[in-house]
Design a protein around this ligand. Structure first.
Ligand SMILES: Cc1cc2nc3c(=O)[nH]c(=O)nc-3n(C[C@H](O)[C@H](O)[C@H](O)COP(=O)(O)O)c2cc1C
Length: 264
């Protein structure tokens, strides 16, 4: 398939057939994944492939009980990983400057780029994927299940398998609202209304068309899509909780200053 066809054909898939993904195909996808650009070609990421049913069932809880985690044959967790690199530095008497937040961001970018390469390679082969924000939100619980040592932090993850649904494409904001030429243009209120005009309607209609989401929204008494986002979905309390647990786990995993990766 043409790369544009693959990109434009993307839809998040949340319902999967039980058929496994062939090991040789999985390897091909991972090989494509690791071709992604990487800071200094350090490849400061690791991919944890969960195919074992028991492991996927354990991951179901920190992934906020999303059924696709138990249903899809694979869960892929892409981790920022400076552990391997830092061990190599130590073995070579090289200074270790990677025990900080900057290192985490460098590694997180590497991991995210790889994840999207794998996603596109998978979709080019007819597989479906759906990212899960729970990977980051519940990074500590997921890290514990996957036995991630210090220096390793789960950043993004998705389920992958053979689609059992063919959802319509989700809308995107117009390019005019997303792209700035030469310098940033700070949108006026009027422009913001225009940028979000179609989404306001399509998004609200979508929530109203799914019975579970409709009752959630109506119970919360919200009146528009923007309110759905911050009254129902992304609350201040939730964000405060996730922020704190991510900071604690970053500290534990050695991505905040003055911690060193322990040798075995
Ligand atoms: C980082 C990230 C986290 C996401 N988390 C979830 C999730 O937990 N559950 C889910 O059903 N979809 C999740 N999604 C999928 C988005 O909802 C989806 O990409 C978006 O609605 C656009 O739809 P599309 O991917 O079908 O085009 C996530 C996407 C990203 C990039």
């Amino acid at each position: 398939m043409d790369v544009f066809e693959v990109i434009h054909g993307h839809r998040s898939i949340r319902s999967y057939r039980p058929d496994p993904v062939d090991e040789s195909l999985l390897t091909e996808l991972l090989e494509a994944g690791v071709r992604a650009s990487s800071s200094g070609n350090m490849q400061t990421f690791s991919i944890v492939v969960s195919s074992d049913e028991e492991m996927r069932h354990r991951l179901y809880w920190p992934h906020m009980e999303q059924e696709m985690v138990r249903q899809a044959p694979l869960v892929l967790t892409f981790c920022a990983d400076f552990r391997r690199m830092r061990k190599w530095l130590r073995l070579n008497d090289a200074p270790d400057n990677f025990d900080d937040f900057f290192a985490f961001l460098v590694a997180a970018i590497d991991a995210i780029l790889v994840s999207q390469n794998v996603a596109l390679a998978a979709e080019a082969n007819g597989l479906g994927i759906c990212y899960m924000g729970s990977t980051l939100a519940n990074a500590d619980q997921i890290g514990e299940i996957l036995e991630l040592p210090p220096g390793v932090f789960p950043v993004v993850g998705f389920v992958m398998g053979w689609p059992d649904e063919a959802p319509a494409p989700r809308d995107r904001l117009p390019l005019s609202g997303l792209v700035h030429r030469e310098r940033y243009h700070d949108h006026t209120d009027e422009e913001i209304r225009e940028i979000y005009r179609d989404r306001d309607q399509a998004g609200w209609d979508r929530y109203m068309s799914i019975p579970r989401l409709r009752s959630l929204v109506l119970e919360a008494g919200v009146e528009n899509l923007a309110q759905i986002y911050t009254v129902v979905k992304y609350t201040r309390e939730g964000h405060a909780r996730y922020t704190q647990s991510i900071l604690d786990y970053l500290q534990e995993q050695g991505f905040l200053p003055h911690r060193t990766v322990q040798s075995d």
